[in-house]
Design a protein around this ligand. Structure first.
Ligand SMILES: [Zn+2]
Length: 390
């Protein structure tokens, strides 16, 4: 969790929201430690703790060694029983998971679907699965819902925008479906960006995450925040044009990166050999199948070339390749060689290229983090505790 060390910069006036996030990120602190960390006066600190205790956001945990003749208890963020529901939608399957506030999975189910189908049907099956999973818990409190989709998303509204992968979906289809099922805060995010944040939670640093499954997605995390750009399209690398006269892309143009290196493009090339979907290609590669490995090597070569520019622009600590195609060793090895051959030493120094999760685990962890950031955003906590809101 993010450690928000803002007290000094606030001159000791740590707000309720910042205080709560300090407690949450530190996994519990004593009152003495909180006084030292925040530089607040004892009276102000105790008043703020009292307000947070009343709301049930924190609790007094285990007793600490007595100091100065008084026994005190560790102040902890109250995550007990609180859960997040995550719906991670891929093009051919989806994972629905109930996770704790740290993003660790409690229960989950995977559904095979076609995301190109009617939004009501696709989302209805997932919200039903979510209801079933939530009903299996006892004493749990649903904090919020996170949904990831393989399409561009306007995060402020939760709407999908220009979704070539979701033809016929109304922009607000997800917001509608989820708000009918649950009246809790909702976060909608692009799948690669959610996974990028999930990877960041596990390893920190400056991160470029590329998901190669049926399509290609990318998420960039700088200073713990997803890089969105002026109009929300930062990192949308799938349609970088590699050549003017290359293969036809689903976006209608020729020669996009996705037309060379996406799972769909590889499947089109290997269909004659009976490898017509991402799972078949993945399995063939894992089994050492020659044509699969050759096609993946070529795809990685093009992807690595395209990524060298991104890597040079961002200068990350890590390039993580995830998704059912992206996490394959043949892809990671060849992208890595290409990138290291194409970037200058100052960019290559300290860069780690590694395989991520082939499935939805990191996207789910990222969704949990996004929901927690939204629900426990310091400004939201302060608003909830403002006198007019009482
Ligand atoms: Zn394209």
């Amino acid at each position: 969790m993010t450690v928000e060390r803002t007290p000094a910069s606030l001159g000791g006036a740590t707000s309720h929201g910042h205080l709560l996030n300090l407690i949450r990120s530190a996994d519990g602190l004593s009152r003495q430690q909180l006084l030292a960390e925040t530089g607040m006066s004892r009276a102000t600190l105790y008043e703020r703790l009292e307000a947070l205790l009343r709301r049930g956001w924190i609790y007094e945990g285990e007793a600490l060694e007595a100091t100065g003749g008084r026994r005190s208890r560790k102040i902890r963020f109250d995550s007990r029983g609180r859960v997040v529901l995550a719906l991670a939608l891929g093009q051919t399957h989806a994972t629905v998971a109930v996770v704790d506030t740290d993003g660790s999975e409690l229960r989950s189910t995977t559904i095979i679907h076609d995301i190109g189908g009617p939004a009501g049907e696709v989302l209805g099956r997932l919200t039903d699965a979510g209801e079933t999973l939530l009903a299996q818990g006892t004493g749990e409190v649903l904090v919020g819902v996170g949904v990831s989709v393989p399409a561009p998303v306007d995060v402020a509204s939760g709407h999908v925008v220009h979704p070539t992968t979701l033809p016929g979906w109304q922009p607000d289809a997800i917001v509608e479906a989820v708000s009918q099922a649950w009246s809790v805060p909702l976060v909608v995010e692009n799948d690669a960006r959610a996974a990028a944040l999930g990877e960041w939670e596990a390893g920190r640093g400056t991160l470029v995450y590329v998901k190669v499954g049926t399509g290609i997605g990318c998420g960039i995390v700088v200073d713990g925040e997803i890089l969105r750009g002026a109009h929300g399209a930062a990192g949308d690398i799938g349609h970088i044009r590699i050549t003017d006269d290359g293969p036809r892309c689903r976006c209608g143009r020729n020669g996009c990166l996705a037309a060379y290196s996406s799972g769909r493009a590889i499947a089109d090339r290997l269909a004659a050999e009976g490898l017509s979907d991402v799972d078949a290609i993945r399995q063939a590669a894992l089994d050492g199948g020659k044509s699969s490995l050759e096609a993946l090597t070529q795809a990685a070569e093009v992807l690595g070339r395209a990524l060298a520019a991104t890597i040079t622009t961002i200068n990350p600590d890590r390039l993580v390749l995830g998704g059912r195609i992206g996490a394959l060793p043949v892809l990671v090895d060849n992208v890595s060689s290409r990138v290291f051959a194409d970037v200058v030493e100052r960019i290559a120094d300290g860069l780690v290229v590694e395989a991520g999760d082939p499935h939805d685990r990191t996207a789910i962890a990222g969704l949990a983090a996004l929901v927690m950031r939204k629900v426990y955003d310091p400004a939201a906590i302060d608003r909830a505790l403002a006198p007019s809101a009482q």
